[in-house]
Design a protein around this ligand. Structure first.
Ligand SMILES: [Zn+2]
Length: 488
């Protein structure tokens, strides 16, 4: 058996002002055939799983490109086409291939390609033919398209947000494709469109129980896999709505029935799961009143680089300073120029620093602060969901009012308390910690947080899903209309 593995992706916020070029991939992950000899990250972890599983069965493994970019705006056309052609050339050189396993995102848009994953899968299927087993593991913030469905034998998304389950899902995909090759199963897929655009947080109810309900359906009655593809709300593409995807053994009608039953459950939970974030002042009022539940963690969801925002917005920090709220840690601010100034000044230096607010209206205005450079880390990392992510050169600066800020030169969201603690910042003693993240901070911060509040500031990751100015999204969707099924 010969197994071909590769990774290509990013999460494209089609409203983001930041183009995704080759630099965006180089900063996050760009390996040519050797990702499994390097430390794991969220999207290379499946390749490690697949290599181990295949080699345990004496299969030959051909490893191609692993390229993943920090979420931003639309990918530059020649960058996407270049990576795609690298993968296809490696595949042609490796033929005949029995199994193709891809770690993709599912929400990658390039200039001229609304559906990069469908385009890649279609070309791969043309090369390997119908008898080969082809599957992809996707982030749950993905858009499921017809082209993806007809080209793959199986699509499996993460079930958890934060995405803590990429390795388990990788193993399930491998087992389904192996069953096809061995004649033990004939995977077929069905999809149910919930006609909803929303963010669903899986550690909290009712979604936590829904994840268990999906898992309870798997492995019996011919159901091989159940995925809830949440969609990515900042993506203006025809297939942006959330969908249930079910893989069954040979019986499409059964897959369709399960997909529809579970999709209607999501619909029935819409009032409970609707995204409701606090305004900046509502969150600060609650946080300052909560003296017994410190530290209060505020998630700056609208400036989450993990959703394509710049990561340099100043709206919340500005309000904290205006209200003279003390004992605050906040980060990670993407500001390479400010980091450069701090590195040049050196540890211990105090000076006037202009920080943040540089990337556009969604970032707000810059802040002019008197800071002391407390610590500099060169080529830093922070723990993330599977492995670590680079933060580049990074600095801890302190301003008046015991406010500690972490500035970075490699754009990424805030995943883990060590993003602060590694500098020596005592975040447990803080009244408020502000993190630039929507949900991936949760696994790391929840154990030490007195309370967690999600904040809707102005910014690039909107959560007023009814009002986002989509041009391409197909058909009516909730919450823009109360009942998109009645609307047609
Ligand atoms: Zn995601």
């Amino acid at each position: 058996m010969k197994v071909f593995i590769a990774c290509l992706g990013t999460e494209t916020n089609t409203f983001s002002p930041l183009p995704t070029g080759e630099q965006g991939f180089r900063e996050w992950m760009l390996y040519r055939g050797d990702a499994t000899r390097r430390p794991e990250n969220l999207f290379s972890a499946p390749l490690h799983v697949w290599r181990r599983a295949a080699e345990a069965q004496q299969a030959e493994v051909v490893e191609s490109l692993s390229a993943f970019a920090q979420p931003a705006g639309i990918t530059v056309r020649k960058v996407y086409e270049g990576f795609r052609e690298e993968i296809l050339a490696d595949l042609k050189a490796a033929m005949p291939v029995d199994m193709v396993l891809l770690s993709l995102h599912g929400a990658m848009v390039a200039d001229g390609y609304d559906d990069c994953e469908g385009d890649l899968l279609e070309k791969i299927r043309t090369i390997v033919g119908p008898m080969a087993a082809v599957g992809a593991e996707l982030d749950l913030h993905c858009s499921i398209t017809e082209k993806m469905l007809v080209s793959a034998d199986a699509l499996i998304t993460f079930k958890e947000y934060p995405h803590v389950d990429s390795k388990e899902r990788a193993r399930e995909l491998y087992d389904i494709l192996l069953a096809k090759l061995q004649g033990a199963a004939q995977p077929v897929m069905a999809v149910y469109d919930t006609r909803m655009i929303n963010l669903w947080r899986t550690p909290v109810e009712p979604m936590a129980s829904f994840v268990r309900e999906m898992q309870a359906c798997e492995g019996k009655d011919g159901i091989l896999s159940v995925s809830f593809a949440h969609g990515f709300p900042m993506q203006d593409v025809p297939d942006a709505t959330a969908k249930m995807v079910v893989v069954a053994n040979g019986d499409v009608a059964k897959a369709q029935a399960v997909a529809e039953r579970l999709g209607r459950r999501i619909w029935d939970m819409r009032d409970q799961t609707a995204t409701r974030n606090l305004s900046i002042d509502e969150a600060l009022d609650r946080a300052t009143a909560a003296t017994a539940r410190r530290p209060v963690v505020l998630a700056d969801v609208t400036d989450n680089p993990g959703g394509g925002a710049a990561g340099d917005a100043t709206f919340i920090l500005r309000r904290i300073i205006e209200r003279d709220i003390r004992g605050v840690a906040s980060g990670l601010y993407w500001d390479p120029m400010a980091v450069r100034f701090c590195c040049d000044a050196g540890e211990g230096a105090s000076f006037d620093l202009r920080m943040g607010g540089k990337c556009g209206p969604a970032s707000g205005d810059p802040l002019d602060l008197v800071v002391t450079v407390k610590k500099i880390i060169r080529d830093g990392m922070q723990p993330a969901l599977s492995g670590a992510v680079p933060i580049g050169d990074a600095v801890w600066v302190q301003t008046q009012g015991e406010r500690d800020l972490v500035l970075i030169s490699n754009r990424t969201q805030t995943f883990h308390p060590d993003a602060f603690a590694q500098f020596g910042i005592d975040i447990a003693s803080k009244a408020i910690i502000v993190v630039k993240s929507t949900q991936h901070f949760y696994a790391g911060f929840a154990p030490m947080a007195g309370e967690i509040l999600h904040v809707q500031a102005p910014g690039a990751m909107r959560s007023d899903f009814a009002d986002i100015p989509f041009q391409k999204v197909r058909g009516p969707y909730w919450p823009r209309v109360a009942d998109p099924f009645a609307a047609g």
